[in-house]
Design a protein around this ligand. Structure first.
Ligand code: UT7
Length: 324
């Protein structure tokens, strides 16, 4: 029997209208545009205003992806949504988006793998399609990460932004996703976390203790090393050489991390999609936002090989190698 591949047939994304530049941040926190750009590559980020939620951006991104694919919401048989900032505790944001789209009845669930959430969701969706269980799947990465930002903490507040991206995956005899690799190591949980919640309890602190805690330098070191190994593993799983890749579409946390991965792959930066300057780190939103930008700007073309990768809290790390 011919193999079934999961093929991306449409992409979409959505960002809050409000833009916060590095110069804006200089007004209320002890930082500088020079520091932020030289350490991270970030120039600005989009920030949700009060009342805008993760589900709002996920819904818009999903609508755009469905339109690009020419697929009706009612045809979907699965929605997988990566997020670490769901609208409410339950139902899942995937269920909320499903109802707004009018896709009622299909399976829908969230995946919490922090910044790796979208690539995890893509890996799961790929398995549903390969197994024959699903034919048309909506995969979303969406966040309002700035809801967890302490705007007085310069070590973290300059790094994050909000937004969402989505893809429609369809079963096809043409490739498709060749390989996905998903990993986690909870032993590193304290280097990047938000340790409050329903079961542990919230704190008598501003925003109930909901804020990102990150040991930036340590995360940086592990991320570079782990991503090096991940891209090697992914090429091997797909039976490919780095020279066969057309584009690297990395998680957009820090330009220096992105450059290190590109160097490892021997890829010039002209073959790397960079949106961290405009979007900052949107966690699970970052890879699908970058992918949609790459598609709509005409950089990525049908038939090209793309390597997607992400690294984040958990730690989690994940990749997908696919033909677009
Ligand atoms: O998406 C999930 C994964 N997350 C990541 O991948 C993030 C990984 N880490 C990073 O991207 C980088 O470590 C950071 C951008 C967070 C920090 O860059 P760094 O080059 O590792 O800087 P550092 O933390 O070593 O800090 C260097 C200096 C410190 O001052 P001293 O101790 O040298 O005097 C900080 O206090 O920079 C200072 N600093 C700042 N200065 C101006 C820290 N934050 C700021 C700031 N503005 N916003």
């Amino acid at each position: 029997m011919a193999p079934i591949y999961a093929r991306i047939t449409g992409t979409g994304s959505a960002l809050p209208e409000r833009v916060l530049t590095n110069a804006d941040l200089e007004q209320f926190v002890d930082t500088s545009d020079e520091w932020i750009q030289s350490r991270t590559g970030i120039r600005q980020r989009h920030v949700a205003v009060e009342g805008q939620t993760t589900g709002d951006f996920a819904f818009l991104a999903a609508q755009r992806a469905l339109e690009a694919a020419g697929v009706k919401a009612s045809e979907l048989d699965l929605i997988v949504l990566g997020t670490t900032t769901p609208d409410i505790i339950f139902p899942s944001t995937a269920c909320l988006v499903q109802h707004r789209l009018g896709a009622n009845g299909c399976a829908a669930f969230d995946v919490n793998a922090a910044c790796s959430g979208f690539v995890y969701a893509l890996g799961i969706a790929d398995k549903f399609i390969r197994s024959g269980q699903s034919k048309k799947v909506l995969v979303i990465g969406a966040e309002t990460l700035t809801r967890m930002v302490d705007w007085s903490e310069r070590e973290t507040c300059v790094l994050f932004g909000d937004g969402a991206g989505a893809v429609v995956l369809e079963a096809s005899s043409e490739p498709g996703i060749y390989a996905t690799c998903l990993h986690a190591d909870g032993g590193y949980k304290e280097l990047l976390w938000n340790p409050v919640g329903v079961s542990v309890g919230f704190r008598d602190e501003p925003n109930h203790g909901v804020r990102i805690n990150m040991s930036g330098r340590e995360v940086f070191k592990v991320a570079v090393k782990t991503l090096d190994a991940l891209v090697e593993e992914t090429l091997k799983a797909a039976g490919m050489e780095a020279s066969q890749l057309d584009w690297l579409i990395p998680h957009q946390a820090n330009l220096r991390i992105i450059e290190a991965t590109a160097k490892r792959l021997n890829m010039p930066m002209e073959q790397v999609i960079v949106t961290v300057d405009k979007h900052a780190n949107t966690s699970a939103g970052s890879v699908p936002l970058a992918l949609d930008y790459a598609v709509r700007s005409g950089k990525v073309q049908r038939g090209q090989n793309l390597l997607l990768e992400a690294f984040g809290g958990g730690f989690t790390w994940a990749s997908a190698l696919l033909r677009y």
